[in-house]
Design a protein around this ligand. Structure first.
Ligand code: ZN
Length: 477
């Protein structure tokens, strides 16, 4: 083990209890997009206690902040999320669905994500400090990842300017580099306005906004056949115009989420969806207002940075789970559906694991690291880390914090969120990210390679923010 790796591991283990407390605090205060007041303030204060200077309310978002330590180049940024999901409230460390109440829960493990990135920033800072090196460490408090594209707004407002490399991670059942691209998306409200009337007495005088929503959805469902197979069009009816069938509904609203591997493709589909909305309005003699909610781009991996991150992940290593952890994981495994169990190996292959799965047999928890792969591909999901990756060389990893096969956004993911193996995964991620930052501080030639790869991409692919300038971040309704 190198001295740097010893230093990082020792630092994280000496401060283990302190970081676990942060993760538990965020877990116990699950807040949804752009309302993460308790979590953001707790993390910002923790940064200040560590000697970072903190700028709060960046990009005009109350819960977004930037914590900075040091000076000069290179500037290494750690991206930390801390938002929860609505409806995923759940008691921790259980083996069955036991919600606290009907509200929010950390079903995507962002309590671990934010804390792991924070711990990595602290370790990198400590290294600079102890060795009297120049260089800057930034921890970005990134709110509203779930359905909010917080980072995309932050990129639009120039929050990441001057950063030389950005590192982040995500909790999952796997230890690997997340090198696949992701789907770009637009999220847009279609609000229809008609005329109400008595549905029996004078239906001919009413103009139904709900009819318009239904016709629009039918139109979009016909459009599905004529878009590329990778595209996705999801919708939720967010206002049905009331609960009275004897009233012609004067107002109705549908929220669309359109995804595709490239922003340009999303934009083309979006324009066609808008035509369908206008057609529905024309058919029903209602009016439609289109309200853009948010968007994000597709992810651009930086292979040079990923290779350093993968080497660092190997150096951080894994440890075998304890019997107790394994027994708990087995119970979680048993709670998964047959489909989820059958799907687990495909999921691991998506993360870069190869072979027939024998390395996972009888284990329930991944204790190996997937080999590095720079295979091109698109993850069937979206992330706002993508927009950062268009303006700063970015790499992300995933560390095993949950039982094999655990899908994100489920009570199973929530309940494992502060377990001992989840925290082990969090420290593994923190260590790998800190080691990567230290490598870049100590080896300017590596930083140069990362930059060169990025500049070659940027020269051909200038960034345009997919969120129009007049659109502001919005909270859940
Ligand atoms: Zn997530």
């Amino acid at each position: 083990m190198s001295t740097v790796s010893e230093f990082t591991k020792n630092y994280l283990m000496e401060n283990k209890a302190r970081f676990e407390e942060v993760s538990e605090y965020i877990f116990n205060h699950p807040e949804t997009r752009f309302e993460e007041y308790a979590s953001a303030e707790y993390l910002a204060k923790a940064c200040e206690r560590e000697g970072f200077s903190v700028e709060r309310g960046v990009a005009g978002i109350e819960t977004a902040f930037v914590a900075t330590y040091g000076s000069g180049k290179p500037v290494i940024g750690f991206l930390g999320e801390f938002d929860a999901l609505s409806g995923l409230s759940q008691e921790p460390n259980k083996t069955a669905y036991e919600p606290w109440d009907t509200s929010n829960g950390h079903g995507c493990g962002h309590n671990l994500l934010g804390t792991g990135a924070f711990a990595a920033a602290c370790a990198a800072k400590k290294y600079l400090e102890e060795n009297g090196l120049s260089g800057t460490v930034k921890f970005f408090g990134c709110p509203g990842e779930e359905g909010g594209s917080g980072k995309t707004f932050m990129v639009r407002e120039g929050v990441f300017e001057g950063v030389d490399a950005a590192l982040t991670w995500h909790p999952s059942p796997s230890n690997s580099i997340m090198g696949l691209s992701s789907l770009a998306n637009y999220q847009v409200y279609f609000q229809f306005k008609g005329i109400s009337s008595h549905a029996a007495n004078s239906p001919h005088l009413g103009r139904s906004a709900l009819d318009a929503v239904e016709l629009m959805n039918v139109g979009v469902n016909y459009l599905r056949e004529h878009v590329i197979p990778e595209a996705r069009m999801h919708y939720a009816v967010t206002n049905t115009g009331g609960i009275s069938p004897n009233v012609v509904q004067a107002n109705a609203e549908v929220l669309y989420l359109i995804r595709s591997p490239k922003v340009k493709e999303v934009d083309d589909i979006y324009k066609r969806v808008c035509k369908i909305a206008e057609g529905a309005a024309m058919m029903t003699e209602t009016e439609v207002t289109i309200k853009f909610d948010k968007a994000c781009s597709n992810y651009i991996p930086n292979r040079s940075l990923e290779k350093i991150l993968h080497k660092s992940l190997l150096e951080a290593g894994t440890e075998a789970p304890t019997d107790e952890e394994m027994a708990y994981a087995e119970k979680i495994w048993e709670s998964l559906t047959q489909g989820e169990q059958e799907n687990y190996l495909d999921l691991m292959r998506g993360f870069g694991y190869s072979g027939d799965g024998s390395e996972f047999e009888g284990k329930y928890l991944a204790d190996t690291i997937a080999p590095y792969s720079d295979k091109e591909g698109v993850l069937p999901g979206s992330t706002d880390v993508s927009d950062v990756s268009w303006v700063v060389p970015t790499a992300q990893l995933t560390a095993a914090t949950s039982t094999l096969g655990t899908p994100l956004h489920t009570w199973q993911m929530t309940t494992q969120g502060i377990s001992s193996f989840a925290h082990k995964g969090m420290f593994r991620a923190a260590e790998a990210m800190a080691l990567t930052a230290i490598q870049l501080f100590n080896h300017p030639e590596d930083m140069e390679n990362v930059k060169k790869e990025f500049q070659a991409f940027q020269a051909k692919n200038p960034y345009t923010c997919p969120i129009p300038t007049d659109v502001k971040p919005s909270k859940l309704n």
